[in-house]
Every structure is written in structure tokens, then in C-alpha cells.
Design a protein around this ligand. Structure first.
Ligand SMILES: Cc1cc2nc3c(=O)[nH]c(=O)nc-3n(C[C@H](O)[C@H](O)[C@H](O)COP(=O)(O)O)c2cc1C
Length: 281
């Protein structure tokens, strides 16, 4: 589309934007210990606030947490939640449909998580980790405790946490406004996520406390969340080290579906072709 391309050139910097979108990732390894500069912290929340929202309601709120004591407390709660979810088997039961066990399965589906990085003791039980036997083997080898400690350390070693909240006058689950505010929040978070890439930073959900209501309440109390706000998510952020080590269990997969698996042309009856047709010369 020549018109589109020349306009993009006029805007300048477009290639960096496309590159940041393509390179955006979830970081599940450690960050550098150095603090995130206040300038960068402000940029992240400024870009978040640039997102679209229904009637420009801007229903999102953010808490930037760089206080070491609070970060360590969130880390403790996160680690504890991880241990419980793993020991009780909740995690595996809840997320079974997203795991893939071979390159071939991953290549065919092109979604979910390819579980190819496991603690050595578990490798022989790779396919059984979702069964009762797998669960007891994991508990016997102390896997929940090990993963909980990994998780605690990762969070505690993060120089910055970002809590995302919604204004409860907008966030009314079950109503259109509830959907719209979550939609807007997603756009705001994506702005943060892409910006971290451009700033040499990484970001990851601190999600385990969210899965256990009393643990989530502990985080709300710690962050002094008032009644008119709903705590929606907590992220850990920091600058990325040059060298990346894969964590004990690598929950990330960067595979993406082919266009024909998620895009249609004109109606849902016609999947988009994978290779774009070149215009006739
Ligand atoms: C709503 C939502 C929840 C997610 N929860 C977690 C999570 O709990 N822990 C985590 O490490 N990543 C989480 N992720 C990140 C996804 O695992 C990740 O985006 C996906 O595997 C693709 O990897 P990528 O972000 O590196 O491209 C979440 C992402 C979204 C949008």
C-alpha cells in the first residue's frame, strides 16, 4: 500500500515501533538489580494513559512500587501462593489445556506453552505431571517449594512493581461498562508492555496471589487499595540483563498461530491465506 507506507515514513520512528511490537515478550527470568529511573517509570505510566477508553473515561489507575520492603512482602505472598497452587494441584488442573509436550504438537497448534524446560528430576515424568501420580512425585521431590522459592526470588529481585487498578464506578462486572473498562485497561497495559521493550526492560505478571482470594486480599491491604478501586493485576519490571537464563520451569513460548488459524476474510467462512498474494505485475 504505497500511500500508507509513505505516511508511515512521515510519522518517523515507525520501524522502531514495529520492531518493539515484534520483540515484545514476557520476561520470566531475573532483572538487573539497578533501579528503574523515575524518568522511565513516568514514561511507562504516561504511555499507559494514552490508551483509548470508552467516552475517554480513563478508568485505569496505577501504583508504582519501588519500596524494597513492599516488594519483598509481595514476593513472599507470591511465593507462598505458588507453593499452595502447586502442592494442591490447582495450577495443573486449571491450566492443563495450555500445555504442549512436543515440537510437533506445538508446530501444529501454534499456541499454548511448550513444556520443554523442567527440573531434571521431573523430566522422566513429563507427560504425567497432570496426573495424580505426577502430583505426588512432584510433592515428594519438593518441586512446589523449589518453584515457590524461585518465584519469590524473582519478584523480590525486581526493582519495580506496577499494580493496575480500575475505578469501580466503571468496572461493573457483567455490565457493558465492565467489559469496556477491561478492554481499555488491556490497551493501557499493552502500551506499557511495548514501551518496556523499547526501554530495554522486561515485564511479567505476578499472578499467583490472584488465584487465591485471601492472598489477593493481603496484596490489596499492603497497597492500601481503597473501596472505590479494584486491584486487577500486579507486574514486576526491571532492566534486562545481556544474558538470559531459562528458569527452572519455562512457562513461555513464543510460537504464534498462522494467519489462516486466526484471521478470516469477509466472513468467518473464509480463513485468510497464509502467504499474501502478490499483486499482478
Ligand atoms: C491476561 C494474561 C495473563 C497472563 N498471565 C501470566 C502469568 O500469570 N504469568 C506469566 O509469566 N505470564 C503471564 N502472561 C503472559 C503470557 O504467558 C504470554 O504473553 C504468552 O505466553 C506469550 O508469550 P510472550 O508474551 O513472551 O509473547 C499473561 C498474559 C495475559 C495477557
Amino acid at each position: 500500500m504505497p500511500g500508507g507506507r509513505s505516511r508511515a515514513r512521515l510519522l518517523g520512528g515507525d520501524l522502531e515501533l514495529f520492531e518493539a511490537i515484534r520483540r515484545r515478550r514476557t520476561t520470566n527470568g531475573p532483572f538487573l538489580p539497578e533501579p528503574v529511573s523515575v524518568e522511565h517509570q513516568r514514561m511507562l505510566v504516561e504511555f499507559a494513559g494514552m490508551a483509548p477508553s470508552h467516552f475517554n473515561s480513563q478508568p485505569w489507575r496505577f501504583v508504582l512500587v519501588d519500596d524494597k520492603d513492599i516488594i519483598e512482602e509481595v514476593a513472599r505472598i507470591s511465593g507462598e501462593s505458588m507453593r499452595r497452587l502447586m502442592e494442591e494441584g490447582t495450577f495443573w488442573r486449571r491450566y492443563r489445556p495450555y500445555f504442549r509436550f512436543s515440537e510437533e504438537e506445538m508446530e501444529e497448534r501454534r499456541d499454548g506453552i511448550h513444556i520443554d524446560q523442567l527440573p531434571r528430576v521431573l523430566k522422566p515424568f513429563r507427560r504425567q505431571i497432570f496426573s495424580n501420580t505426577g502430583q505426588s512425585v512432584m510433592n515428594r521431590f519438593g518441586v512446589p517449594k523449589m518453584l515457590a522459592e524461585d518465584n519469590r526470588k524473582l519478584v523480590a529481585g525486581s526493582p519495580l512493581l506496577l499494580a493496575v487498578l480500575l475505578d469501580r464506578t466503571e468496572y461493573r462486572p457483567g455490565e457493558l461498562s465492565g467489559f469496556y473498562s477491561v478492554f481499555g485497561m488491556g490497551a493501557a497495559v499493552e502500551n506499557v508492555w511495548i514501551s518496556t521493550t523499547a526501554l530495554g526492560m522486561g515485564i511479567q505478571f505476578v499472578s499467583t496471589p490472584m488465584e487465591i482470594p485471601e492472598k489477593w486480599q493481603e496484596i490489596k491491604t499492603l497497597l492500601a487499595v481503597p473501596d472505590d478501586l479494584e486491584l486487577m493485576a500486579v507486574y514486576r519490571l526491571g532492566y534486562l540483563p545481556e544474558e538470559k537464563r531459562r528458569p527452572t520451569i519455562d512457562w513461555s513460548s513464543h510460537q504464534r498461530k498462522r494467519l489462516s488459524q486466526y484471521v478470516f476474510r469477509n466472513t468467518c467462512a473464509a480463513p485468510e491465506a497464509d502467504a499474501p498474494k502478490m499483486p499482478p505485475r
